[in-house]
Design a binder for this molecule. Structure first.
Ligand code: HEC
Ligand code: HEC
Ligand code: HEC
Ligand code: HEC
Ligand code: HEC
Ligand code: HEC
Length: 349
């Protein structure tokens, strides 16, 4: 059935439900009473189909589908092939795994035929049918995979994103406190610590000259029009935003005001962050706690397994976490700056 027909039918059905006489068995009728006084006229209700059509109009869904076709979510290239079927990975790496996790609360089922994201990965069933009811499968605060990181409220719809885009491990000093730490080749938060950066939570907060901001208070998280959806799903313009999830420069400029920026590198934040990341990488190479591999002229780096002083393991964790966040500081300028400056200071002592 076409959705439009379905909606009309649904509305008709609800009209019938409310006007149909009840079928309860009744006793004999009593004498008629006096006529009552006329009531006041009621206010007009909203036209029945308007609320539904705000979203389910002719082209809106098709537009969303076209935007979505631009997103790596819809191809699932890395995601599905590599980790979509594996127990423990599937909850974030395939449609089936995510739905199992959200609806059944089970996160370690292997998936036989994993597929990429589709509309119904994120959108489930309506609850109120009002204008803000996107029928998202989840919007409660993010329960962390690494329990030590604590619950993070990224605000409403954004918690959907955070359920997948979060760290998978606690930083070394919280994971196994001590003077030394035994690193593995995966001593990093995973490729997906964006929520932790935005919230300002779960990295190794090595003491130093720059104060760490209070968790959950950054303007990019708390302001209306901020958080993941505000920046990545702003009104689709110039091939950005909406369901492409490509950060919307218009959203940055609308909120910041002043002379509009022409890229995300506001005030040189991304250049500055990249510079500090490079310094940190060189320091970690010199200390021998990360290794470099070059394939086809492309350098890549990974942690080196073995026991090292705690602060070095924490520095490795911070380096890869901030690198894989991939916003180069934009997600939370103050937190990222504090982490990088203080980590470099501690290693250079
Ligand atoms: C705020 C936007 C919004 C409003 C308002 C809204 N919907 Fe939806 N609806 C959606 C989205 C998004 C989906 C999921 C899209 C998909 O799965 O293709 C959806 C899915 C549905 C589906 C399931 C379609 C399918 O193919 O499985 C039905 C049925 C539906 N809505 C009916 C309604 C009715 C009836 C109303 C009004 C009473 C309504 N919706 C109002 C956004 C909205
Ligand atoms: C809590 C959710 C979550 C879990 C669990 C998870 N991942 Fe991921 N992973 C992600 C997200 C989100 C990304 C994409 C991040 C991005 O694009 O910035 C990702 C990216 C990756 C990448 C791509 C790296 C690249 O080259 O860009 C690989 C490989 C990967 N994950 C492997 C795994 C494996 C293997 C497992 C299970 C052992 C796993 N993941 C479990 C969320 C998760
Ligand atoms: C990765 C998760 C995700 C996927 C996949 C997804 N959506 Fe959405 N969608 C969202 C979120 C989050 C919002 C709410 C945005 C907000 O809070 O403003 C939304 C909002 C919407 C809305 C209402 C907003 C509007 O501008 O009309 C519609 C309609 C919609 N989605 C349709 C779709 C369709 C159709 C698909 C598949 C082609 C799809 N979505 C796939 C996350 C998703
Ligand atoms: C079910 C888990 C899941 C959910 C929910 C989810 N993501 Fe993702 N996201 C991923 C994975 C995994 C990747 C990597 C996909 C790949 O490269 O194959 C990814 C990729 C991305 C990318 C990189 C896209 C690109 O085209 O390279 C962005 C940006 C992103 N997600 C933002 C969001 C936002 C914003 C939300 C919430 C509206 C969201 N994601 C919801 C798992 C998820
Ligand atoms: C202040 C705006 C802003 C907020 C808030 C924000 N992002 Fe981003 N995000 C960006 C920018 C800018 C980039 C870097 C894009 C670039 O340089 O190409 C980025 C990069 C990313 C990437 C890597 C995409 C890629 O193609 O490399 C992912 C994944 C992502 N963000 C997910 C999220 C999630 C999940 C949230 C919420 C927890 C979030 N973002 C909140 C602006 C934002
Ligand atoms: C919802 C409003 C809003 C949006 C959207 C937004 N910002 Fe911001 N941004 C702010 C506010 C407010 C501050 C000042 C915060 C503070 O000082 O704590 C800020 C601070 C910054 C800073 C730090 C500036 C400094 O001097 O410390 C940078 C860089 C930045 N934003 C870049 C971006 C980029 C790039 C985007 C888009 C991808 C973006 N912002 C989107 C509100 C926003």
């Amino acid at each position: 059935m076409k959705l439009k027909n379905f909606i009309q039918l649904a509305l008709l059905a609800s009209v019938i439900m409310f006007t149909a006489p009840s079928c309860v068995k009744e006793g004999p009728m009593g004498p008629a009473g006096d006529n009552g006084t006329d009531g006041t006229n009621g206010t007009d209700g909203a036209a029945g189909s308007v609320t539904c059509l705000a979203c389910h109009s002719g082209t809106n869904m098709a537009k969303k589908a076209s935007e979505f076709a631009m997103s790596a979510h819809s191809s699932g290239a890395i995601a599905v092939d590599y980790a979509g079927g594996r127990a423990g990975c599937a909850r974030c790496h395939s449609h089936e795994g995510f739905v199992q996790f959200v609806e059944l609360g089970i996160n370690d089922l292997p998936v036989a035929n994993p597929s990429a994201w589709e509309c119904s990965t994120c959108h489930g069933i309506h609850e109120t049918f009002e204008g803000v009811d996107y029928a998202l499968r989840i919007n409660a605060p993010v329960v962390p995979v690494a329990a030590a990181n604590g619950v993070m409220d990224l605000k409403g719809s954004n918690n959907l994103c955070g359920t997948c885009h979060q760290s998978r491990s606690a930083e070394p000093g919280t994971d196994k406190p001590g003077a030394n730490y035994t690193m593995s080749v995966r001593t990093y938060p995973h490729y997906s610590a964006q929520s932790n950066v935005v919230f300002g939570n779960g990295f190794a907060e090595i003491p130093g000259s720059v104060a760490y901001p209070t968790k959950g208070t950054s303007a990019h998280l708390t302001m209306t029009g901020g958080s993941c959806v505000g920046c990545h799903m702003g009104t689709f313009t110039a091939k950005q935003g909406g369901h492409s999830y490509i950060p919307s420069l218009k959203a940055c400029n609308d909120c910041h005001g002043g002379t509009p920026g022409t890229n995300y590198n506001y005030g040189g934040i991304q250049t500055d962050t990249q510079g500090k990341l490079d310094q940190l990488r060189d320091k970690l190479l010199a200390l021998g706690v990360i290794t470099k591999t070059t394939v086809d002229g492309v350098d890549s780096y990974s942690p080196k397994a073995g026991s090292v002083p705690m602060v070095q393991a924490q520095a490795v964790y911070n380096y890869f976490g901030i690198k894989y966040d991939r916003s180069l500081g934009v997600h939370n300028p103050k937190y990222v700056k504090a982490l990088l400056v203080n980590t470099l200071e501690a290693l250079n002592k």
